[in-house]
Ligand binder design. Structure first.
Ligand SMILES: O=c1ccn([C@@H]2O[C@H](COP(=O)(O)O)[C@@H](O)[C@H]2O)c(=O)[nH]1
Length: 537
């Protein structure tokens, strides 16, 4: 059985979604690392286009109420559609259709606005009954459009709840080729999971939840709007897209200084993108940590008799077996670089991939091509504490896993103090870490440029999957460790690889199934060897 939907990546969910507009939305989200929809509720064409231009690169979706634009014309639509193509976002007309099928089909396809001709996505209330979906579908489906049902609303006293919301879910299930999700405050489609009469097997189904009523600075407005933070919406309620209006474009309504107002709009767009995406990545990490082999999160500092291992590569998101504690921190005096060749993991002997290794800073800087990074020689990662009863066997497993060019050494783990006014402190003494010595045969040293390294990585793959996916997964997991993480080498490489994937039209990231199978195989080998020596793991 697959992990619960909220624990899957947007990319893997894109593969399941049947409606083309919904699928395209998930793909843009992954590509731009954005689950932010900006709601541009302004009344002039100029304001609308200026807001869109200033936040375009931060959003996956632009939501309009086109009927509030006083100087609406076809040129507005042409420019909006042009921007959506150039800046890679979809358009959602928040029309909230609510009439009988025949009438909504005319409202959708005809009239002044001809919504279906330019909006990839629109939405509808189910108050009139399922005929409203049929009416909209006759117009939207041939154009590959998608529909959201308003299953819940963000406003105080809403009547869209309980049984009504569940009727929306039923109607969506009956129309999955056209309806790809809901406007809702939580995952309404999961409400009947505990109901024994409901089908338990939901693996084939996929719906997105887009959630308005999102604000970082205020809790509501004077007319019943209620706001929650991106963390509450994405992290706690497990919704997929945050819809933000005044929180982003609000400065435009208040300030006379247009240039500075537009700059504030841009900044808010960036701020909400980061907040939404971090909440999503944290959600994935939380699930991975909880479900990983016997992980017990604990904040106490490990004692010296325990075995600790510092993960700076895939060990960040894949704990070793028999882990009893996870401590996030960094090490000093090392650089993390894609300077180790891989012929059995993310590459093959004829085209070795590049995987990370830790190099002592003094060794790294001895190379003429070694670049400095603004954050200096620190590397963020995770220190895993192993259950002492299994320490020996886990050590054997790790030595085997890191056999291809890594040497065990020990270093202290640092973390920011819990008191903002205190200096960083050592949280784990003498932690085991596997480093790559420049003398080892798999060490390849610095590349001439990150662009060149990225172009090379893009072309490699091995038994564990594509090399670029390894970099992207590592970058995502590292960023999630703490909001203090800085790693310009890793994040710049990630940025360039995402650009290359876009340029090459590559399908989105897949979950790392192959990798997990490999881990399992190694574990089995170690267990078999230990058994033969009379010490089962
Ligand atoms: O339940 C709902 C459904 C739709 N909306 C729309 O979202 C935006 C929210 O704007 P803010 O300025 O962020 O409050 C607006 O277009 C609403 O029509 C909603 O708020 N709640």
């Amino acid at each position: 059985m697959s992990p619960p939907t909220h624990a899957q990546t947007y990319a893997s969910r894109a593969q399941k979604l049947k409606n083309p507009a919904g699928k395209a939305l998930l793909e843009v989200m992954e590509r731009k690392q954005s689950n932010l929809c900006v709601s541009v509720d302004v009344t002039s064409k100029k304001d609308l286009l200026d807001v869109v231009k200033s936040v375009a690169k931060f959003v996956c979706l632009v939501k309009t109420h086109i009927d509030i634009v006083s100087d609406f014309d076809q040129d507005l639509i042409d420019q909006l559609v042009g921007l959506s193509k150039a800046e890679d976002f979809l358009i959602f007309e928040d029309r909230k259709f609510a009439d009988i099928g025949n009438t909504v089909s005319l409202q959708y396809g005809a009239g002044v606005h001809k919504i279906a001709s330019w909006a990839h996505i629109t939405n509808a209330h189910l108050v009139p009954g399922p005929g409203i979906i049929d009416g909209l579908k006759t117009v939207g489906e041939p154009l590959q459009r998608g529909l959201l049902l308003l299953a819940e609303m963000s406003s105080k006293g809403t009547l869209a709840k309980g049984g009504y919301s569940q009727e929306c879910v039923k109607a969506a299930r009956a129309n999955q080729d056209f309806v790809f999700g809901f406007i809702a405050m939580h995952r309404v489609q999961d409400d009947d999971l505990a109901d024994s009469a409901a089908p338990i097997e939901r693996d084939a189904e996929e719906f997105l939840v887009l959630t308005p009523g999102v604000g970082l600075d205020v809790s509501g407005d004077a007319m019943g709007q209620q706001y929650r933070t991106p963390q509450q919406v994405i992290g706690e309620s497990k919704c997929d897209v945050i819809i933000v209006g005044r929180g982003i474009y609000g400065a435009l309504l208040k300030s006379d200084d247009r240039a500075s107002a537009i700059e504030q709009v841009r900044r808010q767009g960036e701020r909400y993108r980061v907040a939404g995406w971090q909440a999503y990545e944290q959600r994935l990490t939380d699930h991975a940590s909880v479900s990983a082999a016997s992980v017990l999160l604990d904040t106490s500092v490990p004692t010296s008799s325990e075995m600790n291992i510092f993960g700076y590569g895939s060990l960040i998101f894949k704990p070793p077996p028999h882990t009893i504690r996870r401590t996030v921190g960094y090490i000093r005096g090392f650089t993390r670089r894609f300077a180790q060749s891989s012929i059995d993991h993310r590459g093959v002997p004829s085209r070795p991939g590049r995987v990370v290794t830790l190099v002592e800073a003094k060794d790294w800087h001895a190379f003429a091509d070694a670049e400095d990074t603004p954050e200096g020689d620190i590397v963020w990662g995770v220190c895993w504490t192993i259950d002492p009863a299994h320490a020996k066997d886990v050590r054997a497993y790790l030595d085997h896993r890191e056999i291809n060019g890594y040497t065990p050494t020990y270093t202290d783990i640092w973390a920011p103090s819990t008191n903002a006014w205190s200096a960083d402190e050592i949280v784990v003494k003498s932690c085991l870490v596997y480093v790559g010595l420049p003398s080892n045969p798999a060490f390849v040293g610095p590349s001439r440029s990150l662009q060149e390294l990225a172009e090379y990585i893009y072309t490699c793959s091995g038994p564990s999957g594509r090399n670029d996916e390894y970099v992207l997964k590592l970058a995502r997991a590292t960023r999630n460790l703490s909001d203090q993480v800085r790693d310009s080498h890793l994040f710049e490489l990630e940025r360039i690889l995402l650009q290359i994937r876009k340029r090459e039209g590559l399908p989105l990231l897949d979950d790392d199934v192959v990798d997990e199978e490999r881990e399992q195989r190694i574990m089995e080998e170690v267990i078999a060897r230990n058994k033969a020596n009379g010490k089962p793991l």
